[in-house]
Ligand binder design. Structure first.
Ligand code: ADP
Ligand code: MG
Length: 222
């Protein structure tokens, strides 16, 4: 479960303001976040993931108040407990596709790179049609292929929370369907919470709830 209370956030050099009095996303709920470009959708995901910290209020995931953790504890929590698909993918250019998918193991302290994880990484790549490109580097991939690698990576450690920022934004209709289906079936099978920013109207009905950012950010209506 995600709980946000009395949250206020702004960037130092921007007029943008985010204000959320209360937002609750239930355990295993699958939520689509919609809203115009620049409305704060990515900012919201970064606040939930503890990439950014609010100047006021709290973000709580299950029993952990993210805003109260130290920087290193927050980073560890994020790597181990949250599957993150960044809008900009955040793949590392010097690593192959396979090693990018395995990255959470390399940067997280508490898990070993076992043959099981190797196999899981390859299975995930296979789900999204990347099994023949495991040895390539990101520079040798299309945008859509990079995105599919980013989605595979987010699922590696079987997180209970998945935050996906426009994960289908660069994909053709066939791959959109594959990626959304993978995220949703993962969430269902693992009882994971899924928060997906999307512009794809045609997929909204497959989510439990659609959150319109215009009604989430109370700074807009002030
Ligand atoms: P969305 O994901 O809905 O398109 P964002 O959350 O990325 O919106 O951005 C919300 C607003 O905050 C925009 O006006 C954007 O320009 C601004 N913004 C985003 N990131 C930064 C940053 N690091 N520094 C300053 N302003 C930012
Ligand atoms: Mg965004």
């Amino acid at each position: 479960m995600i709980r946000i209370d009395n949250l206020r956030f702004s960037y130092p050099d921007s007029m943008f303001r985010l204000e959320i009095e209360e937002l609750v996303i239930g355990a295993a709920e699958r939520v689509a976040v919609i809203g115009p470009s620049g409305s704060g959708k990515t900012t919201l995901l970064n606040l939930i993931a503890g990439v950014d910290i609010a100047e006021h209020g709290s973000v709580t995931i299950d029993d952990t108040q993210i805003s109260q953790l130290t920087d290193s504890a927050r980073r560890e929590y994020r790597i181990e407990q949250i599957g993150l698909v960044f809008q900009t993918f955040e793949l590392l250019d010097y690593l192959t596709v396979l090693d990018n998918i395995l990255l959470p193991l390399r940067i997280g302290a508490n898990k070993q790179l076992t043959p099981e994880y190797q196999a899981r990484a390859k299975d995930l790549a296979g789900f999204v049609g990347m099994q023949d490109k495991l040895d390539r580097h990101p520079a040798q991939l299309s945008q859509g292929e990079r995105q599919r690698v980013a989605v595979s990576r987010a699922l590696l450690l079987e997180p209970k929370l998945l935050l996906a920022d426009e994960p289908t934004g660069n994909l053709d209709p066939g791959n959109k369907h594959i990626v959304l289906e993978l995220l949703q079936s993962y969430a269902t099978e693992h009882s994971a919470t899924l928060v997906t920013v999307t512009h794809d109207q045609s997929f909204l009905s497959s989510f439990d709830r659609v959150l319109d950012f215009a009604s989430v950010n109370q700074a807009n209506s002030a």
